[in-house]
Design a protein around this ligand. Structure first.
Ligand code: PGA
Length: 318
């Protein structure tokens, strides 16, 4: 029985696995067919043959859609591992030929989107054979991607403690309190406690910026009056500039004022002078310790360390 099954499994084709991987990710046969430029019946046949080889159903219906069975989930993980193996083989082969080739998947939290593309630029130019995918999500989103092992690495401020990760801190992330231009407290030296009566705008739950703010405020016993949660750094800046409240935000998201004497940024914001701020935090690049790095990923991590020597992100030397 066992040997029968392994004989059947050895007939599984890469095409079937590709059809399965896309269907499992999108939970849609139509979506998978579209992504793979195949017809829907072709994908259905591949999935049927694959299920026959496995000897168990891989999907089951759930409401109007489909979901993975337990066997399907196990196969999804195996397919991911096979894919990683091939990618490593591809990059090793390229290295034997003196090239860095293959794909490089990088995830970053939303504050890092202001500078990671600047770091990718020269790397991409120096390694034209590397195809780069860059995903931006909030901290919760990046943690979920790390859990599933989607990316080669992630750039974030507070790596989760419960995953097997290696990390390399590489840039400062100062967090500042911003207010609308002309705010009555602008230009004055302030204590955090004097901001207790202000309306605070916070990033959405799941954001690392929000987590850092909440932790810091809790440590100081400071209870801000939270007026609103907003889903992006840009939304926070616009809301602050529009006079809806004040906020704690990464300095890289705030374009500094032009000229030494100016206090107001081009976006109509002012950085308040609050004692104990900027809050000094750092970004790290992290990767799964339990999965070997591709050559391209190793080279990119070296590239990031070199960048750390060269410069801090725009505006970070507050
Ligand atoms: P955020 O994360 O984009 O979720 O606020 C920022 C960070 O963790 O550095």
């Amino acid at each position: 029985m066992h040997s029968n099954r392994s004989r059947r499994l050895s007939r599984v084709t890469p095409q079937q696995l590709r059809a399965f991987e896309a269907t499992a990710r999108l939970l849609s046969v139509t979506g998978a067919a579209r992504e793979l430029h195949l017809t829907q019946p072709t994908v259905s046949v591949q999935l049927r043959e694959l299920a026959a080889a496995v000897g168990e159903p891989l999907f089951e219906s759930a409401g109007r859609g489909i979901r993975l069975t337990q066997a399907g989930e196990a196969l999804q993980q195996t397919a991911g591992e096979l894919n990683d193996c091939w990618r490593r083989f591809e990059s090793r082969l390229a290295e034997l030929n003196g090239l860095v080739r293959g794909s490089l998947r990088i995830a970053a939290v939303t504050t890092a989107e202001y500078f990671v593309p600047d770091l990718i630029g020269p790397f991409a130019a120096a390694h034209p054979g590397v195809e780069i995918e860059f995903a931006v999500e909030n901290r919760d989103g990046v943690v979920a991607r790390l859990q599933r092992g989607i990316d080669d690495m992630a750039v974030m401020m507070m790596p989760p403690e419960d995953l097997p990760l290696d990390r390399q801190p590489f840039l400062d992330n100062p967090l500042v309190v911003i207010a609308p231009a002309g705010h009555r407290l602008a230009g004055r030296r302030l204590r955090l406690s004097s901001l207790a009566g202000e309306r605070w705008l916070m990033r959405e739950p799941g954001s690392g910026t929000r987590m850092a703010a909440e932790r810091h405020f809790a440590e100081l016993g400071f209870e801000p009056k939270v007026a609103m949660s907003l889903g992006s750094n840009e939304a926070i800046k616009h809301a602050v500039a529009a006079g809806l409240g004040i906020a704690l935000l990464s300095m890289v998201a705030v374009r500094p004022p032009v000229g030494r004497a100016a206090a107001t940024t081009a976006e109509g914001l002012e950085i308040l002078k609050v004692s104990g701020f900027p809050l000094r935090r750092r970004w790290s690049v992290v990767w799964r310790r339990d999965r070997p790095l591709t050559i391209a990923a190793r080279r990119f991590i070296e590239h990031l360390s070199a960048a750390r020597e060269l410069r801090a992100p725009r505006g970070a030397r507050a």
